[in-house]
Design a protein around this ligand. Structure first.
Ligand SMILES: [Zn+2]
Ligand SMILES: [Zn+2]
Length: 345
């Protein structure tokens, strides 16, 4: 099968002929029909997150956001059948550790995913982790439900607890940020989008932002303070650089909640200076948000089926696998607008 192969950090990736992944007794092989290109893969290609203990065994096939059809299941698999349309979640819990048993499989340290930049990929511990897809949801729009769309859903709904009468500011209008904007707007919140690129802000408005602030042209914190008369109820850092994290926290009103979704790059290596005294005086709450548990999918898919959420609106291009690396490369300069999905392998 064809796969996009990463052979070295920072070196161009190439499409090569690779062996199909082997089937594990409790796993499944999925024929990939839609595979989103998420910024996390750009981070891994850059060699980021070594400070978190992430080290890629090379060569490797990245791609952690995909949907397709179950081709084959292992002999221990009881519930999942070949032919089932599925989303493969980024977080694939082990089912037996404390986090998984506690209902937080997204925090499972045995969660491993990847291999989506290829025709066939693995689903681990298939009985626990498979997410069947309703017939009305296409593979391309389902691809982002592997990572970015569900990550935003968890951040807005579970960690942020966003309500209809609240204001939400989202820093960074890439795939996660745009998803967060659409989901917060669907809940009824008033959403302010912040980015440095007018093209992304236009898309943010199309998917539900009430206001858009270009941080290159205006001080975004001041703009948010003015628009919300004293600060937003919820801030989301969907990017993960020092400036967006700090500005997001500084954009909150008293008792505001900050949701950190973006992971940092080499510049921060995980450390960002924050206005601690302000956090105390305003009683600001900080919360991280990581992927989502498989058991949260049905609630979100129900909203998609009813038309309350429309992940399809975030897709700006569908491409053959041969073009995937150019999308990853463009992420170095934040050139990409919306979500690119590979649909030809
Ligand atoms: Zn991702
Ligand atoms: Zn686990």
């Amino acid at each position: 099968m064809k796969a996009l192969v990463m052979e070295a950090v920072g070196r161009p990736m190439e499409v090569k002929e690779m062996p199909q992944p082997t089937l594990r007794p409790d796993g499944a092989i999925v024929r990939v029909e839609g595979s989103g290109i998420c910024r996390s893969d750009w981070h891994l290609w850059q060699g980021d997150w070594t400070w978190l203990g992430f080290a890629q065994r090379l060569p490797t096939v990245l791609g952690h956001e995909f949907a397709g059809v179950v081709e084959e299941v292992g002999k221990e698999v009881k519930t999942l059948k070949p032919g089932t349309r599925v989303v493969v979640p980024l977080s694939q819990g082990c089912g037996v550790c404390e986090d998984c048993r506690d209902g937080h499989s997204n925090l499972c340290s045995k969660s491993l995913t990847g291999g989506g930049y290829a025709r066939y990929a693995r689903l681990n511990r298939a009985d626990i982790n498979a997410v069947p897809l309703p017939d009305s949801v296409g593979f391309e729009e389902a691809a982002s439900m592997g990572c970015r769309y569900v990550t935003a859903y968890h951040g807005i709904m579970d960690q942020g607890q966003v309500k209809a009468d609240e204001s939400v500011v989202v820093y960074g209008c890439g795939g996660v940020g745009l998803s967060a904007i659409q989901i917060a707007a669907a809940v009824g919140a008033r959403v302010i989008a912040v980015d440095l690129d007018d093209r992304k802000l236009e898309l943010a408005k199309r998917v539900g932002a009430a206001d858009a602030v270009n941080g290159r042209k205006t001080d975004p914190v001041k703009a948010v303070m003015d628009l919300t008369h004293g600060g937003a109820n919820v801030s989301v850092d969907a990017l993960g650089i020092a400036a967006t994290c700090r500005n997001a926290v500084a954009s909150l009103r008293k008792r505001g909640r900050h949701v950190q979704i973006g992971l940092t790059t080499q510049g921060e290596k995980g450390d960002v200076a924050l206005p601690v005294d302000q956090i105390v005086f305003k009683e600001i709450r900080l919360t991280g948000s990581l992927a989502i548990q498989s058991h949260r999918y049905p609630a979100m898919l129900d909203m998609v089926e009813r038309g309350r959420l429309a992940p399809r609106q975030l897709i700006t291009e569908t491409i053959p696998i041969e073009k995937a690396f150019s999308v990853i490369e463009k992420m170095s300069n934040f050139e990409n607008v919306g979500i690119s999905v590979i649909n030809q392998f």
